[in-house]
Each structure stands twice: as structure tokens, then as C-alpha cells.
Design a protein around this ligand. Sequence first.
Ligand SMILES: Cc1ncc(COP(=O)(O)O)c(C=O)c1O
Length: 356
Amino acid sequence: MTHIRVKDSIRRLHEDYVKRGEEDGKLIRLDRNENAFGHSKNVERALRHTSGALSSYPELYADSLLHKLADIHRISEQNIVAGNGSFELITAISQSYLNPEDEVIIPTPTFDWYKTASLLAHGHIIEVPVENHRISPDKILQAVTAKTKIIWLCNPNNPTGTVLSESELHRFLEKLSPEILLVLDEAYIDFIRETEPVNSIHIVRTHPNVILLRTFSKVYGLASLRIGYAIGNAAVIEGIRNFKTPVSVNYLAIKAAVASLDDEAFRRSVVRQTAKQLDYLYKEFNQLGLSYIRSNTNFLTVCVGRDSDYVVNELKKRKILVRGGKDFGYPEWLRITVGKEEENQLVVTYLKGILS
Ligand SMILES: Cc1ncc(COP(=O)(O)O)c(C=O)c1O
């Protein structure tokens, strides 16, 4: 028994996350956009020999990873900060850059941690609904005021799977004040199929008010190790580093991330297999007469034409977890992570039964 109570605002904000984390490990989890195809064999090799390193603190700033990333992206290490996944970096950006009552523009629906992190930093949230499932750069610009401090853009967007092209981003930035921070969360960038690849590194080089977020949780399949990074102007990145928890990126995560970057064949194979499975789902959903949003991610958002809670529960009885759209304002939709071939076949078979 204790009289010490956590602040109400913190308790409420976290309830939803706790609820979602409670599920049984034996279920097929197609609700968290994890990588169904595992991770690179390089990672296992790299983690086999820890040679006493676990009793030491890891590199202060994940230096060996920064070194490798700087080389790959042809930028300076000062332009990169590694974090304990994008979750940590999103929180750090909000805490480093938001003053109380600063306005934050968030398209909706999108990844919900932007809102939580901004609220924790006492930002004032302005939500801008997507149009025809796509983030509308014009609508966002219309929402900008003298108080706007951060715009969060998830590109490709979770949960709609849509993407803004590089030229759309350039046009948007031409009209955006350089005093407003634009955070481009590119968790799913490797899976873009509906536009040309987006060269966002070029965007960062030419726009000091842009931050990119990348994670090793998706295409590299390292979600459990918690590692991601942000790229931006050196002074902006320094601001994030100042808030971030010291040494929040552990030794195994750094090793695994570096090893993943050395295995381009694995990355490509994940992209290829994901595309193949998406095509399978498109074909089956077409036959079932279900509409869906063409995806640039490793998940597919599909309209089941009835209460999504019902369908989620029916699938759960059959040991498959998917994300119901009610949480994000799409009450008749499901967001289904692309699984292995046999998992996707099961989803299709069960949906046929449930929806008939
Ligand atoms: C758009 C987006 N950003 C960030 C994350 C979380 O990334 P990380 O695992 O690096 O914290 C997710 C997780 O699903 C996501 O969908």
C-alpha cells in the first residue's frame, strides 16, 4: 500500500498501451507491424561473441553505428543521433523543442505516439484529417499558425499505408516556414511501392528544419532490441541529444544494427517477400469484394464492412491478432500486418468464414 500516485495525465496516456501489451504470446501477432521474415543471419553471428562486453557500459552515443550510418548516408556523424527506438526519439524531440502551448500539427489517423509525446510535453494538438486516406499537405499548411512548432508526418503513414512523394514533400517545404520543425517518420520507407523512392537525405541536407526518423524495428526485424535513429541539422540533433536518456542504446542493439546494415541482401529479400504477400492479399481481397488501401508498408488496411471489434474478436478466437480500426477512427477497417505466407493464407481463410 502506498500513498504515492502517478500523475493522472500520465496514467491515462499510458493505459491504452498497457492494455494492448497484455496479449498471449501464443497468438499469431499481425497487429504490431513486426517483420514476419525475422532478421539477418549476420545479426546472430555478430551477437554470438560478446567477449565480456556485457559488464561494460556501451558506447556513449552508439558511435560505431553513427560511423556506419554517416558513411552510408554520406553525412556527418553530428547529423545523427541514435535512440532506444523511434519511441524514445519522438519523446525526446517533443521534450527538446516544445514549449507549453506550442501548437503541434498531427495528421489523423497516424502513429499515435506523436500525440502522446506532444501532450506529455504540454503541446497543443491540432489534428488534420486525411483526405481519401492520404495526408493532405495543403490542409496541413492551412492549419499552420504563428504558434505552430512541430509538424509530425509519418511517411509512409501508419495506419493508412499511403505515401507522400518526394516532389510533394518539396512543394510542401517550399511553403513551410523554416521556423517550424517537420519530423518525417520513415519507419516504413523501405516498403514504398506506389511512388519513386523518396530521397529524404537530400531533403534534410537542404532543409535544416527537417528531422528524419528511421528504425531497425521494421525492415531489419530488430523490434525487440529497441534501436532507431534521427537525422537532421547538427544543431537540431544536438538539442535532441541533450534531452535523451544517456546511454539508452545497448551494446547488443548497436552490434545487431551494424550487422544488419552489412546485409543488404536480407533487406531486399524482406521488401520482396512483403510485396509478394501484399499482392496475394490484394488478389484475395479483390475476390472477396473488400476494399483496401494500396500499401507502402508491411501492413494492409482493409475495409471489412462491419464492426471491426467483432471481426478482431472472431480472428482472436482463431489465434490471430490484428488491429481494429476503431482505435484510429476507421470503425469498419482492420490493419493487418503482412505475415508469412501461411499466416496470410490463414487470415484469408478465416475472413472468408467470418464475413460470409
Ligand atoms: C510510424 C512508426 N514510427 C515508429 C514506430 C516505433 O518504432 P520503434 O520500434 O523504433 O520505437 C512505429 C511502430 O510501429 C511506427 O509505426
